[in-house]
Design a protein around this ligand. Structure first.
Ligand code: AMP
Ligand code: MG
Length: 296
């Protein structure tokens, strides 16, 4: 990679309306190699990602409130699960959590749309990954009129207030829109039907949803334009090439953790005294050496 950070290349500028038709889903901003090199570079980010994540957790034990929330949005077959499998898996599993938001239950529908989201937020030191999110409440809900316009229209500002509050509480938000072309989606849906290990992912409704593609594009453009801010940026990730998608998301994660800059906390106990105690214990209870045993 050369020049600008991946974050700078893919981040949407607040105040500039998003036009997805101008963004090539097969582009590879910031990367000039192919599949193999991308794979090698993602693998090489494993150690730095895990290290930064460990620092994030360590810092939280000393009171730091920082945490990271990765929101992954995109149509069916855009690669939301793939990002989890190939990139999020590089983080420390103990301090990561992944949540998939599907059609709300009856109980969830009785509450405000953010109710189920709040329950899954990361605690300090954690990275949480949302596979779909509160954005569905201005995407699928808007496209299919699952609520009246008065209801979903008020949600954009409610989301902005919610995300501003999260940022103020130490949540670093990274919102990803995985951008694929309808042609690639068709190829992937077709591949699902010819792979017995992928049939479970196929839902006949997914094909019907394709006829709503232009309405989803509109709904995404409004959400991406209205709900982006300095503390809650959207990144549009060209995702026709799975290898670029993973490469870009790995860099976005790394850059977000680097921006937090977590540090290992110093000891909150008397280090010298503890060392002396352990040294003393070693002298008393060390197992006898072979030499000592022979002499005895
Ligand atoms: P999948 O991601 O393929 O498991 O599908 C999950 C489904 O849940 C998608 O069809 C989403 O549109 C749907 N879904 C997620 N959140 C909501 C929501 N808030 N309201 C209605 N449908 C939703
Ligand atoms: Mg699906």
């Amino acid at each position: 990679m050369t020049g600008a950070s991946v974050s700078a290349l893919l981040r949407q500028t607040p105040g500039v309306p998003v036009d997805l038709s101008c963004l090539d889903p097969a582009a590879t901003p910031g990367f000039s190699g192919g599949k193999k090199r991308a794979g090698r570079e993602v693998a090489a980010l494993g150690d730095p990602l895990a290290e930064l994540h460990t620092r994030l957790q360590a810092a939280s034990t000393a009171g730091a409130r920082d945490r990271l929330l990765l929101i992954v949005q995109g149509t069916d077959c855009s690669g939301k699960d793939g990002v989890g499998r190939h990139v999020v898996s590089l983080l420390e599993p103990m301090w990561s959590r992944s949540v998939a938001f599907v059609k709300p239950t009856e109980e969830e529908l009785r509450h405000n749309f953010l109710w189920r989201i709040r329950k899954e937020l990361p605690v300090a030191g954690q990275v949480a990954v949302f596979n779909r999110s509160h954005y569905e409440d201005v995407l699928v809900v808007r496209v299919h009129n699952l609520a009246s316009p008065e209801i979903w229209q008020g949600r954009y500002e409610e989301i902005n207030r919610f995300e501003r509050r999260l940022a103020a509480e130490g949540v670093r938000l990274v919102k990803l829109m995985l951008h694929i072309s309808p042609e690639v989606q068709l190829k992937r849906l077709t591949a699902r039907l010819s792979d017995p290990t992928k049939l479970w992912k196929y839902n006949p409704g997914d094909f019907d949803e394709r006829s709503f593609w232009p309405r989803y594009v509109d709904a995404y453009e409004v959400a991406l334009s209205r709900c982006t801010g300095p503390d809650a940026p959207w990144y549009i990730v060209p995702a026709d090439h799975k290898w670029y998608r993973d490469w870009a998301v790995a860099h976005l994660l790394l850059e977000a953790l680097q921006a937090i800059g977590p540090e290992y906390p110093p000891a909150d106990f008397d280090l010298a005294a503890e060392r002396a105690r352990l040294d003393g214990e070693g002298a008393v209870s060390a197992p006898p050496t072979r030499h000592a045993v022979r002499r005895a």
